[in-house]
Design a protein around this ligand. Sequence first.
Ligand SMILES: [Zn+2]
Length: 200
Amino acid sequence: MLEVGQLVDVVFSVLSGLVIDDVIDEGELIRVRARSREVPVPCPRCAVQTAHVHAWCERTVTDVPIDGRPVVVNVRVRRLACRDWRCPQRTFREQVTGVLERHQRRTTRLTCQLSAVVRELASRASARVLPALGVRISRHTALRALLGIRLPAVETPRVLGVDDFSLRRGRTYATVLIDAETRRRVDVLPDRRSNTSRCG
Ligand SMILES: [Zn+2]
């Protein structure tokens, strides 16, 4: 297990986009208190730079595990006011690129890692493997991550992998089709009957 000093060094290096105020070892998890840097950012509507703080708000996101333990980051971010009086976007909450994205409860880095594992293992296996790596995830969350992966334009797969899962406590089932060669998700079918997935 890492010593407190080592822990702080790792947190500072991986969350360099934020100002770190505190790193707390809570045993089962590591809690980081941080805030965004007080630099001007562009308004999402008119692109005029502003650092005029309208209000502060706190977001809680999970980051990639350190030392096999989940990292929970409490981030204080700014709601900024646009300085251009003609702009219809009066205020906006800042995003921290590469760390915090809109409506996400995980850092961008954790989402990327989670998506990579879910794409390789599909939802069921990843929900078993990820907790051992310090990422707490339910099968339904793994499934949502799988469904959230943007589908590229793909050729018809030569070999299909199939993974079925229950949507509602074993009563409703669906099927994920994976290209067995590229490991890309091909489709999600609304049930697990063979007729639905039969080609042609
Ligand atoms: Zn604006």
